[in-house]
Structure formats: structure tokens, C-alpha cells
Design a protein around this ligand. Structure first.
Ligand SMILES: Nc1nc2c(ncn2[C@@H]2O[C@H](COP(=O)(O)OP(=O)(O)O)[C@@H](O)[C@H]2O)c(=O)[nH]1
Ligand SMILES: [Mg+2]
Length: 386
């Protein structure tokens, strides 16, 4: 089987017939064999219509789940029952134009993942109202900030996408909620992604099932995926240890000032030194635990290196604070900006020098992903290397 098209459905009685007809008309002339798998959780009579479609078209199959619900888990169920070498996921409500399918199939011969995108030149998300546009934009922004791999994908929350089966082979997919594409982009095995512009149109029949609960599920899903990649995990451990270090620092300062009666400057320097030692030990034991330096000399240099890098981090923060004061801006905003920049500096520099093996791993990952875009003029162009 060349292609499996997975369509999740929930109360889509007015759409299933139209989409099945459109897809079969579009693909029947092609040389590829295909199947359309509806994964249905409907409470209305959609399953009756799906049964009729199965009689009418040999390509149509459906799974009806009685005790389960949820878009992403329905799609995963579809993957498990599919046989195609290529897999395409799309909504039933015709907001994802089936007319794009022939081009997607053609591109899937060359690229591992193909994503019709609303946000590349020639695309549009006109089918969403202003509130949905805002929510969708914030959701994409959150993914962009917290998950590095999503940063070079313009439409990572899309429900319309295709990929080669090899991308998900031996990959454990456990999506929460709706956004199965981010799960595949984070966990899947692929090296090339191709984006095709398209216009997301408004629904003409049935209603949207998106709700507030799904927005919370999306945040949970992002949280889960953040910890999936070892490099992401390292960064969040680093931040958590740093936050704990602040409490250690303040508690020590209080102890030295009020219980030992130390002079302020001495108390502050001692408190910061203990916090630095605390951070170093935890980062060594947790964040970069698998990263052992080969020579004794390198091991001995780790702590001084860490102190030097963190001291430069403090200098960066001070620089920002001073710059903000000079410009007449708020000192707390300056301190916060400085802290954010110094966290990035501390993490990158310590990855690169103090626990250096990790850095080469990050670079190795970077070279692997190539994202290209379909352009109206040329066939496609190189867009970004991640
Ligand atoms: N199987 C299944 N499909 C669902 C579920 N929720 C939504 N869908 C389908 O997922 C697709 C996208 O849902 P839709 O309501 O159009 O979301 P929107 O496009 O973001 O407004 C449609 O084909 C829905 O029928 C669900 O719980 N189970
Ligand atoms: Mg829809």
C-alpha cells in the first residue's frame, strides 16, 4: 500500500461523504494505491454514514471507538491500523483542502515530512476568527519558545501533514490532546521537512470541537515534550537548579548576617560562593551526569571554569542593569533581562567548556534537519538549517 489517509471524526455527519468523494476522485486516476481510514468517536449517526461509504468505496475503512475520545489518540489509532508507506493526516471538515493531496504525495517521495502551512508565502489562515487566530498564535509561540525543534517549522500546530512511515517506526507516540504533529516533530526520525503554502478555509458544515480543555491539554503536552529531548531536559534541570541556588544564596546570607553577625559584603560573597558550589554539584550530578571528562586535569578545572563562567554571567546582568539605568528605564526590568541573558550564557558556555561532550552532541543534532519551502516561482528552496 502506497498511502494511508487518516481522518479523525467527531460528529461530522455532514462532511464525511463529501471528503471521501473528493479524495477518491482526486486519487483514483493516480498510479498509487491508497486507503482512507476514518477514526470516529462520534455520538451522532456518523458511523452509519461511514458504514455506507465502506460499501461504496473499497478504499474507505473506519474504526469506531465507543469508550475513547480525543483527536490525537484517534490519529495514533489510525497509524496502528494503516498500511501505507506514506501517511497523511487531515480533518474531515474540508478546512484542509484535499486538492493539495497530489502535490503532498509527490513531495513525500523526496521529503520525510510534508506540512501544508498557513504561514509561509502564499498561505493564509483566513478560516479562523480573530480569537482563534490569537489562541493559535499564542500556542505556536509557546511551542516555539520551549521546544527548539519546532522553531524552524512555520505551522507546527497544523492538523494537516504527511510523512513517511519510517518517521514513526519504533517511536512511542503518547500525545495528550490534539496536536499530534508536535509529537511527531519532537519524537519522529526525519531529516527533511517540506512546507507547502495553503489557505485554511472556514468550516461550512458542523461545528468546531476545539475548547478550553484542549488548550490546557496543549500546555501539558508541551510540558511533556520539553522533557523528551535530552538537551531540553538539561536546560530545564539547569534552570531548576539555578532557582534552588537563589534560595540557598538568600538563606545563607540571612544565616551569616543574623546568626554569625558577619559584615554585609563578606556575608554576600560567602553566600554567593556556597550557592555556586551548590549549583555546580547538582549540575554535575544531574544536568550533565553522563558527561565525564576524560583527563584528571580537565576534571580539576571544571569547578574553576564553572565559577569563571558564572561570574561573567553576573557581569552580564550588571551590564544590563547599568544600561537600563543609563537609559532611564526600570532597574528591575534591566535586572530581569540581564538574568535571562546570563542564564543562556551560563548554560551554553558550561555546555561548551565545562561539560564539553554535550556541546558536540548539540551540534551533531543541528546538522541533521533541513527545512524547505514550496515557492510559486521555483520548485522549492532551501530555507533553514537547524
Ligand atoms: N476521532 C476524533 N476526532 C475528533 C475529536 N475531536 C475533534 N475531532 C476531529 O478532528 C478534526 C478537527 O476538529 P475541528 O473541530 O474541526 O477543530 P478546528 O479545526 O481546530 O476547529 C475534525 O475532523 C473533527 O471531527 C475526537 O475527540 N475524536
Ligand atoms: Mg476544523
Amino acid at each position: 500500500m502506497d498511502l494511508s489517509i487518516i481522518i479523525p471524526t467527531f460528529n461530522e455527519r455532514n462532511n464525511v461523504k463529501i471528503i471521501a468523494e473528493k479524495i477518491t476522485t482526486l486519487l483514483q486516476g493516480s498510479n498509487s494505491s491508497f486507503e482512507i481510514i476514518f477514526v470516529d468517536d462520534s455520538l451522532d449517526d456518523t458511523p452509519v454514514l461511514l458504514e455506507e461509504l465502506c460499501q461504496q468505496y473499497k478504499e474507505v475503512k473506519y474504526i469506531h471507538r465507543r469508550n475513547e475520545k480525543g483527536l490525537a489518540s484517534a490519529v495514533v489509532k489510525g497509524f496502528l491500523h494503516s498500511q501505507g508507506n506514506q501517511i497523511i493526516v487531515m480533518d474531515a471538515d474540508l478546512q484542509h483542502p484535499p486538492e493539495l493531496l497530489p502535490l503532498m504525495i509527490k513531495r513525500l517521495a523526496r521529503y520525510d515530512v510534508v506540512i501544508p502551512s498557513r504561514f509561509v508565502a502564499g498561505g493564509s489562515d483566513g478560516g479562523l476568527n480573530i480569537v482563534r487566530k490569537l489562541i493559535s498564535g499564542v500556542a505556536r509561540g509557546i511551542g516555539y519558545i520551549f521546544i527548539k525543534k519546532l522553531r524552524c517549522i512555520s505551522d507546527s500546530t497544523s492538523g494537516y501533514f504527511g510523512f513517511k512511515r519510517s518517521v514513526i517506526e519504533q517511536v512511542q507516540l503518547n500525545p495528550i490532546g490534539w496536536k499530534i504533529l508536535i509529537e511527531i516533530l519532537v519524537k519522529g526520525r526525519y531529516q527533511t521537512v517540506h512546507e507547502i503554502p495553503y489557505s485554511f478555509v472556514a468550516r461550512t458544515a458542523g461545528t468546531s470541537k476545539m475548547n478550553l480543555n484542549e488548550q490546557f491539554n496543549y500546555l501539558k503536552h508541551i510540558g511533556q515534550l520539553m522533557m523528551y529531548h535530552p538537551e531540553h531536559r538539561k536546560f530545564y534541570y539547569f534552570c531548576m537548579i539555578g532557582t534552588l541556588g537563589v534560595f540557598v544564596n538568600l538563606s545563607c546570607l540571612h544565616f551569616f548576617l543574623h546568626f554569625l553577625g558577619m559584615e554585609e559584603l563578606t556575608a554576600s560573597v560567602y553566600a554567593s560562593s556556597i550557592a555556586m558550589l551548590h549549583n555546580f554539584m547538582w549540575n554535575h550530578k544531574v544536568t550533565w551526569k553522563e558527561c565525564k571528562q576524560q583527563t584528571l586535569w580537565k576534571q580539576m578545572m571544571q569547578f574553576p571554569q564553572f565559577v569563571l563562567i558564572c561570574s561573567l554571567g553576573i557581569a552580564i546582568t550588571t551590564l544590563f542593569t547599568q544600561a537600563f539605568l543609563f537609559l532611564g528605564w526600570n532597574i528591575y526590568a534591566g535586572q530581569l533581562t540581564g538574568i535571562a541573558v546570563s542564564i543562556l550564557w551560563n548554560f551554553s558556555a558550561n555546555s561548551k567548556w565545562t561539560w564539553s561532550a554535550t556541546y558536540s552532541q548539540i551540534n551533531a543534532d543541528k546538522e541533521k534537519l533541513i527545512v524547505t519551502q514550496e515557492l510559486p516561482s521555483k520548485e522549492n528552496c532551501m530555507q533553514v538549517e537547524f
